[in-house]
Design a protein around this ligand. Structure first.
Ligand SMILES: [Zn+2]
Length: 115
C-alpha cells in the first residue's frame, strides 16, 4: 500500500480543481478581465506571477497582447501591479478593463443570446 500513499500524497501540487471560476484557488495566477471595444467580447486572462510578470522592485509589470475569440483584433496592454499584485495602472489599446462581475454578466448575456 506504500505506493498508493505516495501516489496520493507525494505530488507537489496543492491546487484543487474544485472551483474553476473563482480564481481564488490559484495562488500563482493573477486574473484580468477585458472587453473588446470593437465586438464587445469579454476576455479573461491569467498572468503567472513567476513567469509572466516582470519584477521591477516593489512592483510588477505585465506586457501582453490580448486577442479575443470573436473578432481576433489584438489589444496590446501594459499593466502595473503593486507588491500585493493589485492593479495600480494600466494602458490598453482596442479594449478596456472590466471587473470580474462585469465579465461574468457579459458572458452570461452572450450565452443567453446564443441559445
Ligand atoms: Zn473583438
Amino acid at each position: 500500500m506504500g505506493f498508493l500513499k505516495k501516489l496520493l500524497g507525494g505530488a507537489d501540487r496543492p491546487e484543487s480543481k474544485a472551483s474553476q471560476s473563482t480564481g481564488n484557488t490559484d495562488p500563482r495566477g493573477v486574473y484580468f478581465y477585458v472587453q473588446c471595444d470593437r465586438c464587445g467580447a469579454p476576455v479573461r486572462l491569467r498572468a503567472d506571477k513567476q513567469h509572466d510578470l516582470l519584477d521591477e522592485g516593489g512592483r510588477y509589470v505585465w506586457h501582453k497582447t490580448i486577442v479575443d475569440n470573436r473578432c481576433f483584433r489584438p489589444m496590446p496592454t501594459v499593466v502595473t501591479l503593486n507588491a500585493s499584485f493589485e492593479m495600480v495602472a494600466h494602458e490598453i489599446t482596442g479594449g478596456h478593463y472590466i471587473t470580474r462581475e462585469e465579465y461574468e454578466t457579459l458572458l452570461a448575456e452572450q450565452q443567453k443570446a446564443r441559445d
